[in-house]
Write a protein that binds this ligand. Structure first.
Ligand SMILES: *Cc1c(COP(=O)(O)O)cnc(C)c1O
Length: 353
């Protein structure tokens, strides 16, 4: 016997690089280039550090209340956590305890298979079609659950609400998780369906559209029975996932919808401009409903472009998987950052072909 035999063997998720130096243009983890609402800073400044003596509200009442108001849904439809990664992980742990495989696309958020492995959940990855679209046919079979990122990452492609509805209706006996991390940038949300279908869980985050990745705030929306099941698992593991400042800052963000909308529109406008600029440089760019573009160049290898950009202190994301290694995923930065990127690409592509 050796203690090493009893160590849980995991292959962890690899997050995008967070460079520690200065002067980088960071377009690799789909963060928002603009700050959160000024209301967030104001709310945080008003937090009395003496309150840190006490545990935070385990139910995150302030945040749940603000979510309830924002969505016009009762409070018992919400589950919150330390980023949607926390919420998604908890959902996997809660809902996927059967023996049939859970299904998700072969090209999608690369945390899904990591959680499945960690929690020993059987799963199968359903191939996207040749256009990198999620195809319904592959999910038309008995399974232990379904996870769909909509819009999908890293492709950026979105499915219609009727597609999601069909998926949920065709699998009434398992939970369907729809990960809407990017929905605010142009996707159709399935939140409106949660009162109709008791097997639908929608997960969203403050990390992208609300510019608060560093605060770690995510949430799930679903019928009270799903939410209660997740609460039971959460309180069996860690009661205090949301610290006090995160609860307060999250609530403040939700109360400034005008700023939120304005800033999301800005990112979307830059995305459309960037899409055209990349096409001009010869890239094939998938149609994005997110705050990133997934693109490939027919003449210059993606890894070469990635490395050349890195030497110019511009960081984008390159994945090594067989179906995606020809692509780069480029987060939408400010217009100025994108102009610097285009100039750098012009040099690299010019040299490379
Ligand atoms: C960014 C992202 C998440 C996780 O975001 P959090 O920062 O943990 O809220 C979840 N799913 C997808 C598809 C993402 O891109």
């Amino acid at each position: 016997m050796d203690w090493r035999d009893q160590v849980r063997k995991v292959v962890p998720y690899v997050p995008g690089e967070q460079p520690q130096g200065t002067g980088f243009i960071k377009l690799n983890t789909n963060e928002n280039p603009y700050p959160p609402s000024p209301a967030v800073e104001k709310a945080l400044a008003a937090v009395d550090a003496d309150r840190f003596r006490l545990y935070p509200d385990p139910e995150a009442g302030v945040l749940i209340g603000a979510l309830s108001e924002r969505f016009g849904l009762p409070k018992d439809r919400f589950f919150v956590g330390a980023g949607s990664d926390d919420v998604l992980g908890m959902a996997f742990l809660t809902f996927f305890n059967g023996s049939l495989p859970v299904l998700f696309p072969d090209v999608t958020y690369s945390f899904y298979d990591v959680w499945a492995d960690l929690f020993r959940i059987p799963y199968e990855q359903v191939p996207l079609d040749e256009h990198y679209e999620i195809q319904a046919a592959g999910y038309d079979r008995p399974c232990g659950g379904i996870v769909i990122a909509n819009p999908n990452a890293p492709t950026g492609l979105a499915k219609s609400l009727s597609f999601i509805r069909e998926m949920v209706e065709n699998h009434p006996d398992v939970v369907v998780i729809v990960d809407e991390a990017y929905v605010d940038f142009g996707g159709e949300s399935a939140v409106g369906l949660i009162e109709t279908y008791d097997n639908l869980l929608v997960v969203q985050t403050f990390s992208k559209s609300r510019a608060m990745a560093g605060m770690r705030i995510g949430y799930a929306i679903g019928n009270p029975e799903l939410i209660a099941a997740m609460q039971a698992v959460k309180y069996s593991y860690n009661s205090y996932t949301m610290n006090l400042p995160a609860q307060i800052a999250g609530a403040a963000s939700l109360k400034d919808e005008a700023y939120f909308k304005e800033q999301v529109d800005r990112v979307v406008a830059t995305r459309e401009r960037a899409k055209a600029a990349l096409a001009e440089l010869g890239f094939q760019v998938l149609d994005s409903k997110t705050n990133f573009l997934f693109c490939t160049h027919p003449e210059v290898d993606a890894e070469t472009i990635f490395a050349a950009l890195r030497t110019k202190k511009i960081i984008v994301r390159h994945f090594s998987g067989e179906r995606v290694k020809a692509f780069l995923r480029i987060s939408i930065g400010t217009d100025e950052q994108m102009d610097t990127l285009f100039a750098a690409l012009k040099e690299i592509i010019g040299d490379g072909r």
